[in-house]
Each structure stands twice: as C-alpha cells, then as structure tokens.
Design a protein around this ligand. Structure first.
Ligand code: HAM
Length: 456
C-alpha cells in the first residue's frame, strides 16, 4: 500500500473512532429502559396503586415533568430542599429557567393553587405516578431518572390523615405481597418547636464543630436538623449526645404525635420511632415517616418510600394557610422487591397456549381471551406455525402447563394438556378446561405454601 493511501486509511480510522466515542446509542448514566419481566411487575404495581387509590378516595392527576425553577426555590433564590442541588436545570430558548422535577409534591401544591382546587371539598386527596430526576451518584436502587408513586392530602390538620396515608401505603404493599416492611416515624414539631430546637442544636454544634465533616458544617448553617442525615461514622459519634427534637416538642405537637401512634396501633401497623429521622426535604413539620423493607433500615440504603406533613407549603406558594400531608413510594424499589420475590418463587405464567393449523389458530384466539377472563395468565406465540418452536418457547419461559389445539381438537372441542414438569399428557373437553386448571392451581398453591413452611 502506498504511503498516501496508508495515511488516508489512518485518518479515516481516527474519524471513525472519534465518532463512536462521541455518539453511543445508550441510555444516559443512571437512566434505563423498563421492559420484559420488570415491565410486568411495573404494570402490577400500577394496578394495585389504582385499586387502592380508588378504595381510599384519591383522585388521579398528572402534572408536567418540566416546571419553572422557582417552584423549587425558597424566596426565589435559596434552595428549597436538599434534592435541589441535584436538579437538572436549564434555560429555555425563550429565556425561562426551568427544572426537571426532582420530586412531585411541589407540582401538586402548585396544581392545587393554579387549578382552583381550593374550592373543592377538603381534604383534597390526590395521587399520581411519574418520573423524577436527581443528578445523584447512581448505584443499586438509586437512579438519576427514578419513578415515584405520590399521594397527597391537602387541607387537613387532623392526625388521622397521617394514619390514613400510612394505611393506604400498607394496603398497596399487602396487595403486592410485600409484607415484611416497617414504618419509621418521628415528629419534627411545629415551626415554633423547630425554631427553639434549632437554637439548642446550634449551641451543641458549636462545641463539636471542629470534629464534624465539611458537609455537616454546611448543613449546620442552613438546616441544622439535617446533620442527623450524615452517614459518616465519626459525625454520628459526635451527635450521640445532641439534643433531640422529640424532647423539645410543645404540648400540641406531643398530642398530635401521640394520636398518630395510637392510630397506627389501632391499625396494627408495625412502626418504630426513630428520633433522628429528619428526611431530606426542608418543608416538613410534625410527623415524618419512612417505609423500609425490614432489615434495610439499618444500612439506611433504599427506603421504599417516605413522606410527612408539610403544613406551610401552600402558604409559601402564595395560598392561605393549608395544612397538608403526603408520601411517595419509589416505584423502581417496589418493583425490585417484587422481582426478588418472584425469583424466589420461580413464578412464571400459568399456561402456554399452542396451536397447529389455520382452523385451530382461529379458535385459539378466542380461547386465549376466555382463559384470561377466567383469571389465568396465558402466554402464546400465535405467529409461529411450528409446534416444536412453540413448545421450545414454553420451555424457555418455564411454563408447566402447555395447551395444544390441533385440527382434531378444534373439531371435537377438546384440548391436549401437557404437563411439562411430569412429562404427562391428557385430553379434556374445552368446557372442562377452566375447572381442570383451577384444580391444578389449588394443588400448586398448596405445594408452594408447604415448601415455604419447610424453608422457614
Ligand atoms: P423522598 O424521600 O425524596 O420524598 O422520595 C420518596 C421515595 O422515592 C424514596 O423513599 C425512594 O423510594 C424514591 N426515590 C427517591 N429518589 C430516588 C432515586 N434517585 N432512585 C430511586 N428511587 C428514589 C419525596 O420525594 C417527597 N416528595 C415525598 C412526599 C410526598 N412528602 C410529602 N408528600
């Protein structure tokens, strides 16, 4: 090869390399697609949430993902909450400063004021699903685009609101089969309690300041209570003797918190008081809570959800004094828990419907619908004509019961049932099919329960 040609080829390779470096067809760091098995659980969570929202009379709403930056700033400049330093912000072509929402509560409060919900019967109970964006360091269970299920009750002072919200959260968890969970609760008191307490806390901090990390020193200035959130072992040791808000609540705040606990007792909801729980958002007063998978609260990694009372947010947004309370689940984290459970159970769709020949394909379409109506999750591959391929797919999906509809079965309205686990096969009439499957399902449920018992 001549020297000129060689140089030309080398130049082409450099351009190619640069192009591939600059443009990669991948999701951004901390963001991901939700598909396949995870998507199935995703849909289940949405369904459970919709059902429970209806049971507890929450109205669905949707708010934009992009909001005016000022929604997240206190007095138009200072950061309104700790997540705000992690915000995705930019200036639009029209010169507006906007932000991808780092949480949904401020949008809902804005909507409450903007859309005239003040004139609705109170409390106004709202719920929504949606993406939130936080420029955090991605790790397991922590994403830059995460998804929340958000519930808010606006215009309610009574402590029963906290209990109802936690009851709603637990009803969702129960519906999803996630039962080994616990609520941690604390009271941050009213604004007066907080003011007094913060003075005490600052006095305490001035003594231990040199031993605290830089982050804590910064927090001490802005919101001293957030120092309790620090994960540094050294700081935690210095804070061991710090005064606690719980010991500094006024009579009314004490009464409110006592009532919340009594309601939780009546509901038999497992809770633990965590006197150092302050939450990462500045707007909370009175009750704050977090929901943890039992055991995870020790590492403080990946709470399933959290919330609390924010009695002054409506006022800060320009409305009249309107107490409110809410919480949000992390959808990604609920789904991750469901995936873990599913993996343990080895669960897969109950039946696979295979067909052979044109005529049976017509009947299979209808039968597919009937089986779903009867409550049986069915998989199929109607676009495939080869029985072997269909059986292979059923095997890959680990489905035990395979129904085969051939020409003969279509004519005499019967169906072949193959038990992939035991390698047995039998023919039943299509009329008896649902009863047969129901019986099998009962047997399998019993077997699974016994297996779980033995494992424990
Ligand atoms: P939060 O504690 O910041 O509260 O978020 C609630 C839940 O969202 C967390 O417990 C977690 O499950 C999930 N979550 C948050 N950030 C991420 C992330 N980067 N990756 C995965 N999951 C995440 C709030 O956002 C408040 N607005 C809740 C509230 C509603 N308070 C009153 N009303």
């Amino acid at each position: 090869m001549g020297r000129r040609k060689l140089r030309q080829r080398q130049a082409e390779e450099i351009v190619k390399k640069r192009q591939s470096e600059h443009f990669s067809l991948q999701t951004l760091r901390g963001m991901r697609d939700i598909y396949a098995h995870e998507a199935e659980e995703w849909v289940k969570v949405r369904r459970a949430v919709d059902e429970m929202a209806e049971r507890f009379s929450f109205n669905y709403l949707e708010t934009p993902i992009l909001e005016n930056l000022r929604l997240y700033l206190r007095n138009n400049k200072e950061s309104f909450s700790v997540v705000n330093k992690e915000m995705y912000t930019f200036e639009t072509r029209g010169g507006d400063e906007v932000a991808l929402r780092p949480e949904i509560t401020p949008s809902i409060v804005r909507a409450y004021l903007e859309d005239g919900m003040q004139s609705w019967r109170h409390p106004v109970k709202l719920y929504t699903f949606g993406s939130i964006f936080r420029y955090e360091r991605p790790q397991e269970g922590r994403y830059r685009q995460a998804h929340q299920i958000d519930f808010e009750m606006i215009g309610v002072e009574s402590s029963i609101a906290e209990a109802q919200l936690i009851q709603t959260a637990f009803a969702i968890l129960r519906k999803l089969g996630l039962e080994d969970v616990i609520v941690e609760i604390n009271s941050l008191g009213c604004r007066d309690c907080q003011r007094e307490y913060q003075k005490q806390l600052k006095r305490y901090f001035s003594r231990v300041k040199p031993k605290l990390c830089e982050d804590c020193k910064r927090r001490m200035q802005k919101n001293p209570m957030r120092v309790f959130d620090c994960k540094e072992e050294k700081c935690q040791q210095e804070l061991a003797e710090a005064p606690l808000i719980m010991d500094n609540l006024c009579k009314a705040c004490n009464k409110h918190f006592k009532e919340v606990k009594e309601y939780l007792d009546s509901l038999a909801i497992p809770y633990r008081i965590n006197v150092k729980l302050v939450r990462g958002l500045d707007y909370y007063t009175h009750t704050v809570f977090e929901i943890w998978k039992e055991g995870d609260e020790v590492s403080r990694q990946n709470a399933l959800g959290g919330g609390g009372r924010y009695d002054h947010l409506v006022e800060e947004f320009g409305g009249k004094f309107t107490p409110a309370v809410g919480f949000a689940f992390g959808m990604d984290r609920l789904v991750a828990e469901m995936m873990k459970k599913k993996k343990k159970r080895g669960e897969s769709p109950f039946v696979f419907l295979a067909q052979l020949g044109d005529k049976s394909r017509h009947q299979a379409l209808k039968l597919f619908e009937n089986l779903w109506e009867a409550g049986f999750p069915v998989r199929e591959s109607f676009t495939k004509t080869s029985l072997r391929t269909q059986l292979k797919i059923a095997k890959q999906e680990k489905i035990r019961w395979v129904l085969v509809l051939g020409y003969k079965e279509t004519i005499d309205e019967s169906i072949i049932i193959r038990d992939q686990k035991l390698g047995l096969q039998q023919i039943v009439s299509q009329k008896e099919l649902v009863d047969f499957l129901k019986k099998q399902r009962k047997i399998e449920e019993k077997e699974t329960k016994e297996l779980e018992k033995n494992r424990q």
